[in-house]
Design a protein around this ligand. Structure first.
Ligand SMILES: [Zn+2]
Length: 120
């Protein structure tokens, strides 16, 4: 799938976040439900990324998970905006999903902070 096709298929906001590493404003994301298999899927390539079991209420205004499905999400070092963060992208298609932080409240210690529009 090329970028022109994606632009037509995704909303402008989805395209900006997934393909240009944007961030949706906190607390604006639509209420997202997992797919029929209990998984949250990539809006671009439909790969399963997170299990509904891993979702928790973080209070940040973005969908948050304490772990990703094995191998589904790739971590990339991100030093933009003068901050050192770890970006998360879909392993299958490379689309931007959000960032992962080491301050998770559960036993994994991880907080995968995602944008709701990244899930289809
Ligand atoms: Zn994908």
């Amino acid at each position: 799938m090329n970028e022109e096709e994606l632009k037509k298929r995704l909303t402008p906001e989805q395209y900006h976040i997934l393909r240009e590493k944007g961030t949706e404003a906190a607390f604006t994301g639509k209420h997202i439900e997992p797919g029929s298999d209990g998984m949250y899927h990539c809006a671009v390539c439909d790969a399963p990324l997170f299990s509904a079991d891993a979702k928790f209420e973080s209070g940040t205004g973005w969908p948050s998970f304490d772990q990703a499905l094995a191998g589904a999400v790739k971590e990339v070092s991100d030093d933009s905006y003068g901050m050192h963060r770890t970006e998360i992208v879909c392993t299958n298609c490379g689309s931007h999903l959000g960032h992962v932080f080491d301050d998770g409240p559960t036993e994994t210690g991880k907080r995968y902070c995602t944008n709701s529009v990244c899930f289809g």
